[in-house]
Ligand binder design. Structure first.
Ligand SMILES: *Cc1c(COP(=O)(O)O)cnc(C)c1O
Length: 471
């Protein structure tokens, strides 16, 4: 596959360069495939649903076959995904896609692990180690650290703001040994980002280290996220007739969103043939995208802190990819959008438990609220000309092309549950009175000693520790 970028369509590059560079240093643009090949119809229309790993392999082949031989790719997929991807029925027209069964209990494992494996693969013939620098305010750092841990030829340095992330998140970041090292910065997330950015532009550092970044704009994090959309839509398509007697339902993916990488991956899955009819973009009070869809104006802003903190993004970088794929009119036809505040998020957690017995995390709860708004009278009001006030939580006043299917009860939803509720135990307990059980893999991490190195927010300090570590 040849990749191009969102800012200059004459750019052509191979997978290896796109993955190792992360973004195009010349244009500042984000890499995208030049076209979207389709999965074989015989594969999509199999009567027995393929396994997640089958779908991952068939989908990865579309982008990697020129650069990675099939046997190697198969091995990469097996290493990436040694965990389950359950599609759990919640009520007659809702399935939850549980994306938290990876090592760090959040969906970022899917992208980070694939990116890490590709980087190791593409770097194996280089004599110099690759050094990944990441600044994190939570989930990204642990997914990246865990994904690269123990890989050959790659070192990882993670910077996080000391005391500004949850205890569990800090444990997940600070307990790595070996090739993954965390710095606990006495400062804010912005300080961490500044230190990383300065290092990237420091000639002396660049002469000593082959630096790369692992942030979410890397195309190697987006492509693998499309695998679970394709997989779950095939599962639901095959099960729907049995589960809810709806033949060929319109399948709607409900996506709790922040930086909009996850939703962009869904759009990619649909382009390669996944039977998904529409999407719901569900955000917290950081409603830059819902506002764009309702007003037509894209206005990035500074982020606001909320209970679903992994979605606290005011200037979502994948807007650029969505706008490169679709016109605003097409976006409106395909994607319904919704936003809610912290009160709504707590209500979502409580309501989901009360109605279905399922304990959902604060991110998934935003999606649950959005789906409830659509199923109840939200769409009907929109269609009959009673739009919501965009300043208040609720559905954005634009009617997707699939709205009638929902009103006719011919649609089913797949709600993406992006994190394990135990990662946000306090919020969940306050909202619904139940404390989610902590999975064993998180319990184990809680017992490990802190290996992080304290750091001031001064660049000189960071530089000497970063280079000193090489000795
Ligand atoms: C990162 C994250 C999100 C947001 O995903 P985007 O791809 O940034 O939209 C949602 N939920 C959880 C738990 C996350 O970690």
């Amino acid at each position: 596959m040849i990749f191009t970028d969102t800012r200059n369509s004459s750019v052509k590059t191979d997978l290896r360069t796109a993955v190792l560079q992360g973004m195009n240093p010349e244009t500042g643009g984000l890499y995208m495939p030049t076209f979207f090949p389709k999965l074989e119809r015989t594969f999509l229309e199999r009567t027995s649903t393929p396994s997640f790993r089958d779908v991952a392999f068939e989908s990865a082949k579309l982008y990697c076959s020129k650069d990675i031989p099939e046997d190697d790719l198969q091995e990469i997929i097996v290493k990436c995904y040694p965990f389950n991807v359950p599609v759990v029925p919640l009520d007659p027209i809702t399935y939850v896609l549980e994306l938290f069964h990876g090592p760090t209990c959040a969906f970022k494992d899917f992208g980070a692990r694939f990116m890490a494996q590709l980087m190791e693969y593409f770097n194996k013939d280089e004599d110099k180690k690759l050094h990944i620098l990441v600044a994190t305010s939570g989930d990204t750092g642990s997914a990246v650290g865990s994904a690269f841990h123990g890989l050959q030829g790659i070192d990882v340095t993670i910077l996080y703001p000391k005391g500004k992330i949850s205890y569990l998140q800090e444990k997940q970041l600070s307990t790595f040994t070996g090739n993954v090292q965390a710095f606990a910065v006495d400062g804010s997330f912005d300080d961490c980002q500044r230190l990383v950015k300065t290092a990237f532009t420091d000639k002396e550092v660049r002469a000593k280290l082959r630096l790369s970044s692992a942030n979410s704009i890397n195309i190697a994090r987006l492509l693998p996220q499309s695998f679970y959309y394709t997989y779950s839509s095939l599962v639901v398509k095959n099960r729907s007739e049995l589960d809810n007697k709806i033949e060929n339902p319109a399948i709607i993916a409900i996506v709790p969103s922040g930086n909009f990488g996850n939703l962009t991956s869904g759009l990619i899955a649909q382009k390669t043939g996944a039977p998904i009819h529409g999407f719901v973009a569900a955000t917290n009070a950081n409603r830059t995208i819902p506002d764009w869809i309702s007003s037509g104006h894209y206005r990035p802003r500074t982020s606001i802190s909320t209970l679903s903190n992994a979605m606290d993004v005011g200037a979502p970088s994948n807007y650029e990819r969505i706008a490169a794929l679709y016109t605003l009119d097409d976006v409106k036809k395909l994607i319904a959008s919704y936003w809610t505040d912290d009160t709504g998020t707590r209500e979502g957690i409580a309501h989901c438990l009360e109605r279905t017995g399922y304990i959902i995390d604060p991110h998934g709860a935003v999606g649950w609220k959005a789906w409830m708004a659509l199923r109840n009278d939200g769409l009907l009001k929109l269609i009959s000309g009673f739009p919501n006030d965009p300043e208040l939580p609720g559905l954005t006043p634009s009617v997707p092309s699939w709205a009638q299917k929902v009103l006719d009860n011919r649609a089913v939803g797949i709600l993406l549950e992006t994190a394990h509720p135990a990662k946000f135990g306090d919020t969940v307990k306050t909202a619904c009175g139940r404390e989610p059980k902590i999975p064993n893999r998180l319990e184990e991490i809680l017992k490990l000693p802190d290996q992080s190195i304290p750091l001031s927010n001064k660049y000189a300090d960071f530089k000497s520790k970063l280079l000193g570590n090489l000795l």
